[in-house]
Design a binder for this molecule. Structure first.
Ligand code: F6P
Ligand code: MN
Length: 327
């Protein structure tokens, strides 16, 4: 049996990386316990509301953010933290060598209905050790990530992680509190017949994405010549986990639903870490045309269209976009 602690001792490139991942995954155990208590933990509902005892409630995504922030601020290797919940990055320990970015509770609209949610994280090198970190220090392309992963809180709690060229998975043993290795080299099949998209946004998509989904829906009767199946968890972390387990294509494409937003998902703490996991498992990850990991970020909260999963399907979407001409 290999625990996360054993694995990090053998594979983490530096003690700093080992320590920061240990901090994030330890907080994940606490978040997992809070979620398991559900409504009994007095934590559901909107932040700012009062609970039955008249005390202020903290929404669980705010609580998850605070727990990660507090733990990482105490970690001497962490020079700064950026989170979906924070307008600006928070400096931590100037002498640290690592920056940590996270989405503390992805898919948080799933919390109140007892469905899957998760924590997504990304670790970047810190280039200005000794000085206080700023937003601009985080603006590095995803190909610079030293580690990426997620914790999925579902029927069981699973950690997917990449710190080498492999993607590995651990399952949290509720009896011992250890993360135990369950997969040492996750690989995604290049072909798939399963896809994930919020199809209610169809009218806001670009024409090549509409064409792609039209083709999948036409199934056996259309140009693809076979039937496709839809799955949508409504938490990226759940959809990506399914793809790492059995392949598939996930997309939150460019849409015109909200003016001035390129897509819904965030580059730095959603698309980049998930893209690193997917690519290292043999899949593809683009914004429909360009590799996500090569995008030079301009803002820690910038949004990006995402198409990721089984390689041949991601390439097929790219070809449709590249070759599309207005008829
Ligand atoms: O973080 C954004 C997010 O919650 C993703 O986890 C998920 O894939 C998506 O939004 C769900 O979007 P929608 O509400 O359109 O189904
Ligand atoms: Mn999210």
């Amino acid at each position: 049996m290999t625990t996360l602690a054993n694995y990090l001792d053998n594979h983490a490139t530096t003690p700093a990386l080992n320590d920061v991942i240990t901090t994030v995954t330890n907080v994940g155990k606490t978040i997992s316990q809070l979620l398991r208590k559900g409504a009994l933990a007095d934590i559901l509902g909107e932040a700012g509301n009062q609970n039955i005892q008249g005390e202020d409630q903290k929404k669980l995504d705010v609580l998850a953010n605070d727990l990660l922030l507090d733990a990482l601020a105490k970690n001497t290797h962490c020079a700064g933290v950026a989170s979906e919940e924070l307008d600006n990055a928070t400096p931590a320990n100037a002498d640290g060598s690592l920056l940590v970015l996270f989405d503390p509770l992805d898919g948080s609209s799933n919390i109140d209905i007892n469905m899957a949610v998760g924590t997504i994280f990304s670790v970047l090198p810190y280039q200005r050790q000794g000085q206080t970190s700023e937003n601009s220090d985080f603006l590095q392309a995803g190909n610079q990530q030293l580690a990426a992963g997620y914790l999925l809180y579902s029927t069981s709690t699973v950690l997917a992680l990449t710190i080498t060229d492999h993607v590995v998975m651990f399952s949290l043993d509720p009896d011992t509190g250890d993360y135990v290795l369950i997969e040492d080299n996750v690989q995604i099949d290049a072909d798939t017949s399963e896809y994930a998209i919020n199809a209610s946004n169809y009218r806001y998509w670009r024409a090549p994405m509409q064409q792609y989904i039209d083709e999948l829906i036409a199934g056996e009767a259309g140009v693809r010549g076979r039937d496709f199946n839809t799955r949508w968890v409504a938490a990226m972390v759940g959809d990506v986990h399914r793809i790492l387990c059995r392949g598939g294509l996930f997309t939150y494409p460019f849409d015109t639903k909200y003016a001035h937003k390129a897509g819904k998902l965030r580059l730095m703490y959603e698309a980049n870490p998930m893209s690193l996991l997917i690519e290292r498992a043999g899949g593809g990850a683009t914004d429909a045309v360009n590799r996500i990991l090569d995008i030079d970020p301009t803002d820690i909260h910038q949004r990006v269209p995402v198409v990721l999963g089984s390689k041949n399907e991601v390439d097929y979407v790219k070809d449709l976009h590249v070759n599309y001409t207005d008829k």
